[in-house]
Design a protein around this ligand. Structure first.
Ligand code: CP
Length: 307
């Protein structure tokens, strides 16, 4: 099975397979059995990464598997001149069990999957999706808030080009009584495919321009990074400072049980000076990525590694 987009994964699979196994692995269970011994992962990355790449590498190593990889800078142009599909075809014949792909353009993972017998794991494709990030995000919410139904969640920032919020919106759509606030500049509104999905799944959502309007009603604030200067550019035209950032004012309004998430790396939208507030959960979130990716690899391994 390839892991291409978040909407492939059902609520039942998340709650009965992925999350219980991630909890066991986080607690050290199964690790000494080396369930991925003799399994090999190849990472092929066209964009930099700290968390996704290193957590998958660590997951493989901790579970007894091995890893190799190739970083393909997108500049100069000639380095990306070899077709993605050709690289993936070649890797298919080198005995790997998983190919972890980060690609700089939307659709890269699907293109790779079209020529691959080996499972492709989408580690982020341009402004498309980042499904394993959404899995660890949902796991974090479950661990921190204790439930996934009846949540009030704000997705904040560049909602047009940010792949993590696309994937998370798709997964959140599985859960009951969700109230979603989509907080972005007019020029960076949530994509139409995500909006259509939310409409089809009867998710209650509203679009707004200032996080402070809803901060006192939230369980989860999910901040996004501005991959480029797009968000800053939008702000220059249409809003004042503080609409799409975590500030002392936002924290004053936010309920004590709420959490602030961020996929990292961060920019000005989540100042390090506020990190001492226990509601800032971004580093706990990154830590959960290891257990969730360990569990995912075990579930994807050709023979179930977790009997
Ligand atoms: N959250 C995330 O995808 O981080 P990296 O870019 O470091 O992998």
């Amino acid at each position: 099975m390839h892991v291409l987009e978040a909407q492939q994964f059902s609520r039942e699979w998340l709650e009965t397979e992925l999350f219980p196994l991630a909890e066991r692995l986080a607690g050290g269970d199964l690790v000494d059995q080396r369930p991925l011994r003799d399994r090999r992962l190849f990472w092929l990355f066209y964009e930099p990464s700290t968390r996704t790449r290193v957590s998958f590498e660590s997951a493989m190593a901790l579970l007894g598997g091995s890893v190799s990889g190739l970083e393909v800078p997108t500049h100069p142009e000639e380095l990306v001149s070899e077709r993605l599909e050709d690289r993936v075809r070649v890797l298919n014949d080198y005995g790997y069990d998983f190919i972890l792909l980060r690609y700089h353009q939307e659709g890269g993972a699907r293109r790779a999957a079209s020529v691959s017998r080996v499972p492709i794991i989408n580690a982020g494709d341009g402004s498309g999706q980042h499904p394993t990030q959404a899995m660890l995000d949902l796991f974090t919410i479950h661990q921190e808030i204790g439930r996934l139904d009846g949540l009030s969640v704000a997705l904040v920032g560049d909602l047009t080009f940010e792949r993590t919020t696309n994937s998370l919106a798709y997964l959140l759509g599985h859960f009951e009584d969700l109230r979603l606030s989509l907080v972005s500049p007019e020029t960076l509104r949530v994509r139409s495919d995500v909006r259509e999905y939310l409409d089809q799944h009867d998710v209650r959502y509203k679009e707004l321009r200032d996080l402070r309007e809803v901060a006192d009603k939230l369980d989860v604030v999910y901040m996004t990074r501005a991959h480029t200067g797009r968000l800053q550019h939008a702000l220059r035209f249409e809003s004042e400072e503080g609409c799409y950032s975590i500030t002392s004012e936002v924290l004053d309004r936010l309920p004590q049980h709420a959490i602030v998430m961020h996929p990292l790396p961060r920019g000005d939208e989540l100042p390090p000076a506020l990190d001492d507030d226990p509601r800032i959960a971004c580093f706990r979130q990154a830590r959960h990525g290891l257990a969730v990716r360990m569990a995912l690899l075990c579930l994807l391994a050709p023979e179930r590694a977790t009997a």
